[in-house]
Write a protein that binds this ligand. Structure first.
Ligand SMILES: [Zn+2]
Length: 309
């Protein structure tokens, strides 16, 4: 058992304890009322995963080339800010304003998108990639994968992968389960889909307080090299609070990158079905667990696993 996995599992069990019961997870907030019918993948546009030529929203020609050329912002310390549950609003709406603010600051972020929202607001799909952001998968219908579906999320995540790819030209490579909730079946299904499970270690609680100064204060107070920040592309207060925190932390030497970029910077290869909460030094170099007798025969067992030093 890898030590990093154990740490992640421990943290997530805290998350699960705090969100016991289907439909009660805090991240779902009020957006469930806007959700589509529960039929998985209902309303998906037709066409291949690589994009349909008849869909005007599908970028054509050279997008994949374009999106590869976004140099990682330079910084002394790095964090990844993630926005779940979006996009919100059409062009000129909240997501557009958030993207404007991030772009003006040279920030790369990760957006874990819900399929049912993409269907309505797909005009933003190309902007994410054009401006260096990462598009992740947050299920088709924002259902709990540990208890509201029986296949561990194969259909919810698989169909959303295809939907996102139909707009962006590429499938997401990272996913976040609704409410951060997962179990062994979800792990097995994500392994099958080839997707690492991305959680967080810095919660803005933006869904709870909906207060920009609170969001700003939480991010700044708990900022740490390698942290993954949870926020939601749902509230105006989140846009204001996150952008304000970014201004302060950039002045302190932080740069903001996507989850995949953060893993790369920290020398971590994201593995399908593995759970990641953050890439802080403490997580990547955990203290050996205190074991009983500390004879030479036990020393090897206590070595932390890390793919790269
Ligand atoms: Zn969510």
């Amino acid at each position: 058992m890898k030590t990093r996995e154990i740490c992640a599992a421990l943290l997530c069990s805290v998350i699960l304890l705090g969100t016991a019961g289907c439909g009660l997870n805090p991240a779902s907030g009020s957006q469930n009322q806007n959700g589509s019918a529960s039929a998985t993948g209902s309303g998906q546009p037709q066409g291949s995963a690589a994009g349909s030529a008849s869909d005007p929203s599908v970028p054509t020609g050279g997008l994949e080339e374009e999106v590869k050329h976004h140099p990682i912002p330079e910084g002394d310390k790095y964090m990844a800010i993630t926005f779940d549950d979006g996009p919100t609003g059409n062009q000129g709406g909240r997501t557009d304003r958030l993207l404007d603010g991030l772009n003006a600051r040279g920030v790369h972020a990760t957006f874990f998108l819900c399929g049912y929202r993409i269907k309505d607001f797909n005009s933003m799909a190309k902007r994410y990639l054009d401006e260096g952001h990462e598009v992740g998968n947050h299920t088709m219908d924002h259902v709990r994968l540990d208890c509201e579906v029986s296949d561990g999320g194969l259909k919810q995540v698989g169909s959303n992968n295809d939907l996102i790819a139909s707009y962006t030209g590429e499938k997401p490579t990272v996913m976040r389960p609704t409410g951060g909730a997962y179990n062994d079946k979800v792990i097995a299904s994500m392994k099958q889909l080839g997707m690492p499970i991305i959680l967080w270690n810095l919660d803005t609680l933006d869904w709870k307080y909906r207060d920009a100064s609170n969001v700003r204060a939480r991010i700044i107070e708990h900022a740490e090299d390698g942290a993954i920040v949870l926020s939601h592309d749902l509230y105006e207060s989140t846009v204001e609070g996150v952008l304000s925190a970014i201004d302060e932390l950039q002045a302190q030497g932080y740069a903001f990158v996507t989850v995949s970029e953060l893993a790369q910077i920290k020398g971590v290869t994201l593995e399908p079905g593995e759970v990641y909460t953050d890439f802080t030094y403490e997580t990547l170099h955990p203290e050996p667990e205190p074991t009983e007798p500390t004879g030479p025969e036990h020393t090897e067992k206590a070595q932390p696993k890390q793919s790269n030093a």
